[in-house]
Design a protein around this ligand. Sequence first.
Ligand code: PEP
Ligand code: MG
Length: 347
Amino acid sequence: MAWADKYRTMGVRTNADTPSDAKKARELGAEGIGLCRTEHMFFEGNRIDAFREMICSDTVEEREAALDKILPYQQGDFEQLFEAMEGNPVTIRFLDPPLHEFVPQTEEDIKKLADAQGKSVETIKAIIESLKEFNPMMGHRGCRLAVTYPEIAKMQTRAVMEAAIEVKQEKGYDIVPEIMIPLVGEKKELAYVKEVVVQTAEKVKAYYESDIQYKVGTMIEIPRAALLADEIAEEAEFFSFGTNDLTQMTFGFSRDDAAKFLGEYYDKKIFESDPFARIDEEGVGQLVDMACKKGRQTRPDIKLGICGEHGGDPSSVEFCHKIGLSYVSCSPFRVPIARLAAAQAAI
Ligand code: PEP
Ligand code: MG
């Protein structure tokens, strides 16, 4: 592995949402976190209760009160991630999935939520019903959540910044948090959310009299974002390619359902491999390559990474090297494979 590290030119980060995953990945040689999916932090213990209160709020005030309960958990988790990464970069992706994934399912949980919010069971059920979508993966998710509920992005920004300032002061690491806005397809929606992030971050910095730096970037995971990457780079300080969604939206295959028919595609020699595992260089890869070029036109030193599943697949890692990505990010146990593949690609 030392030889691999000597020859590779691309960085290798990890996708990690918990301090234990982050530590494991660090032991396996990860040089930072390329993707922390913050929604994964909400399932544990009584966090989900506060999160459900946030989802089932009727007013901004109610939502802010629920978010205030979530803030300390989120901040604590970020502190542990920053500590585990010892000053290496940490990219924190703001809330992404459709909210209905979090709503209570059982009568007991619905009643519990109704009682906590002083609402009737019927009201909660009506809210849950209203969150149902025909096509949730193309629905109210990603940055669309922050556009409709900017208070969520405010809370997450506060949690990131306060955690970073705290750990920087305590441990002396030079932390530059990277805030990543998901599912952007239009420069103006990124600009809107970025404004919320920057205003909040600057307030936190002023309060703590801190000069900490931070970056705001985006995932490129919608074909439109790849096509307009030069415009999007005017707002984004970095790109991370979300090739799971980008593959889904480029092929028009649902990532949750494609396995049901892809077997036939292999048997009939239409596909050689799973495009969700090994990047489709001709199509999806073309979009990634083009977005890199367009991004660099606007911002020559833009940092470019990948955090879809492909970031841990050796042949996709080779492709990432060829098009000049700065790093790949993959699950902790694939970090050594990515390090080796990056070195082989460089040689
Ligand atoms: C992606 O879409 O590639 C990605 C990394 O985000 P998620 O899998 O969480 O949608
Ligand atoms: Mg995605």
